[in-house]
Write a protein that binds this ligand. Structure first.
Ligand SMILES: O=C(CO)[C@H](O)[C@H](O)COP(=O)(O)O
Ligand SMILES: [Fe+2]
Length: 219
């Protein structure tokens, strides 16, 4: 599978979001990762659907919308109509996860499931046949700039093994949190295909070079 770099705009300059997004698109980003936080599911606030809608006409890049909200079912229609290409929901955020994933697909949007560092892959069994992406959080959700958790690597390996033996599994494996030039290779070796990176990409004035450095380490 082609490796994809997905810069997270959580670390962009919010007053110059258009400039930053155009820069990412011109410099090799494959997806734009948009972190939505509600101050309940995670102890932080970030963007809402208006930001997704504002980004939509600015870029051809697929918008990878990571919902860190309680009760995601009430927001699916809004984010789908705002222009999300993938909507990722946390298993831990709702008792109705199967329904939410079906709802996402009803809007012709790719459905992604997300697990926190403390949630095992076994808990995903019932939904793996109906998702297009599985996002393994490699930090506790809520903030950019945290340290990568090594214990999450075995979950990536487990998911990669499962999709090789189960004919009805057809999902990409995504990693999010603490991805940088020191950590990306271990996640790629474990089987990840989509790499979210926020603080690393924006830590230099040249996001394009940071993206290229990450790509060179995994291709
Ligand atoms: O979902 C997230 C945090 O909950 C972000 O996507 C993630 O943290 C990216 O930031 P960084 O690369 O700086 O860790
Ligand atoms: Fe994220």
């Amino acid at each position: 599978m082609a490796m994809k770099i997905a810069p997270s705009i959580l670390s962009a300059d919010f007053l110059n979001l258009q400039r930053d997004v155009e820069n990412l698109e011109a410099n090799g980003a494959d997806l734009l990762h948009v972190d939505i936080m509600d101050g309940h599911f995670v102890p932080n606030l970030s963007f809402g659907p208006q930001t997704v809608a504002a980004l939509r006409p600015l870029t051809k890049l697929p918008l990878d919308v990571h919902l860190m909200v309680d009760g995601p079912e009430q927001f699916i229609e809004t984010f789908a109509k705002a222009g999300a290409d993938t909507i990722l929901v946390h298993l831990e955020s709702t008792p109705h996860i199967y329904h939410v994933l079906q709802l996402i697909q009803k809007y012709n949007v790719k459905a992604g499931i997300v697990i926190n560092p403390g949630t095992p892959v076994d808990a995903l069994k019932a939904v793996l046949p109906i998702v297009q992406q599985v996002l393994v959080m490699t930090v506790n959700p809520g903030f950019g700039g945290q340290e990568f958790l090594e214990t999450t690597l075995s979950k990536i390996t487990h998911l990669d093994q499962l999709r090789q033996v189960e004919a009805d599994y057809d999902f990409e494996i995504e990693v999010d949190g603490g991805i940088n030039d020191q950590t990306i290779k271990s996640t790629a070796d474990a089987g990840a295909d989509i790499f979210v990176a926020g603080s690393y990409v924006f830590s230099a004035n040249t996001p394009g070079q940071q993206i290229q450095t990450l790509r060179n380490l995994i291709e």
